[in-house]
Design a protein around this ligand. Structure first.
Ligand SMILES: Cc1cc2nc3c(=O)[nH]c(=O)nc-3n(C[C@H](O)[C@H](O)[C@H](O)COP(=O)(O)O)c2cc1C
Length: 313
């Protein structure tokens, strides 16, 4: 199935406000859609199936109020270890959620069930090998998660990653990792990406679920405060260094740990809910603002960047 990335002319810039656990919600997603970009949230940010149903109801009601909204998506962890997968997927099928953002594994049967109702699947990949597997399983687009991304990050430079993925498949690519501005969105497009996928920049927004502590922490940090380790979650992840220190975790001790070993929250006296993840774009967060205003600004910057290149020649 080929993807129309203008989404019927509803997109004002090739931008997706990326799904973030315990950050994204219907309010943030609707803010993105209302400004003419894509938005989405993880199903697992809701603690229960009832909570998920409520969020889907909120989306339906919010979208009904909008004229020509941008597209929206639900993020599902499609790995067998996700006990909620079957029930959450059944609900997405029943509600015909237009786009499902998938991560972990690339199960063909899950992708076909989404295609059967006309849904699209965009799948997270962090290497050419992942991309090949996801393409074979039928993903409609590949979300190339480069180094410097918030959450579970990739480790490869975005230029190298996109080039290697392009070598193995002609599926559309969505670029993720470290972008913050409309100029960055334009650069992603120039690199051949169909969409720029931005998460971190939207953590400190009025619509997001993040609390005041997290948002102020984000404002005070820059790229040097981001620590990459597999030692906390077992997966490659970028963490906000001062939030580790606050919770009694010594960042330098983490870096000295043997590859493959992880530290237990209890051993570190840490409350995992207080340890925050973000990407290297964190330095561009200057204030808490409305996501709708932020989208408008990124769109305007994107259009300016496009114009300035067009007139430069
Ligand atoms: C706090 C946080 C939580 C995230 N949670 C998820 C998640 O639940 N599912 C997912 O697919 N990606 C998640 N991500 C990754 C984003 O969807 C996206 O790939 C990433 O934010 C892009 O990089 P950037 O943060 O540098 O903009 C998360 C990112 C952050 C910062």
């Amino acid at each position: 199935m080929s993807v129309d990335f203008t989404f019927g002319g509803s997109m004002k810039a090739p931008l997706c406000v990326a799904p973030m656990f315990l950050v994204s919600n219907p309010a943030l997603t609707l803010a993105a859609c209302s400004r003419g970009v894509m938005g989405g949230f993880p199903a697992h940010s809701t603690r229960t199936r009832e909570g998920f149903v409520q969020w889907l109801d909120e989306m339906a009601a919010g979208l009904a109020e909008l004229e020509n909204p941008g597209p929206w998506a639900v993020n599902l962890v499609v790995h067998g270890t996700n006990e909620r997968l079957e029930g959450d997927l059944a609900l997405c099928i029943e509600r015909k959620i237009p786009i499902i953002l998938t991560s972990k594994g690339a199960p063909k049967d899950v992708f076909s069930r989404i295609h059967d109702y006309g849904g699209l699947v965009f799948h997270d990949v962090a290497s050419a090998r992942h991309a090949e597997k996801a393409a074979e399983a039928g993903a409609d687009a590949l979300i190339a998660v480069a180094s410097g991304a918030g959450g579970k990050t990739g480790t490869i430079n975005p230029f190298a990653l996109l080039n290697e993925i392009r070598d193995v498949t002609d599926k559309p690519i969505i670029l993720a990792g470290g972008m913050s501005t409309g100029r960055d969105v334009f650069a992603a497009e120039a690199m051949g990406a169909s969409l720029a996928y931005i998460g971190t920049r939207f953590i400190a927004t009025k619509e997001s679920l993040s609390d005041d502590y997290t948002q102020q922490m984000m404002i005070g940090c820059s790229a040097k405060d981001i620590l990459f380790t597999t030692a906390l979650s077992g997966a490659p992840q970028n963490w906000v260094r001062p939030t580790l220190i606050e919770e009694g975790i010594d960042p330098d001790a983490l870096l000295a740990m043997k590859p493959g070993t992880t530290v237990k929250a209890t051993a570190a006296k840490a409350r995992y809910s207080k340890i925050k993840s973000a990407g290297q774009g964190i330095g561009m967060i200057k204030a808490v603002e409305s996501a709708a205003d932020l989208c408008d600004r990124i769109i305007a910057e994107y259009q300016d960047a496009k114009r300035s290149i067009a007139t430069a020649g």
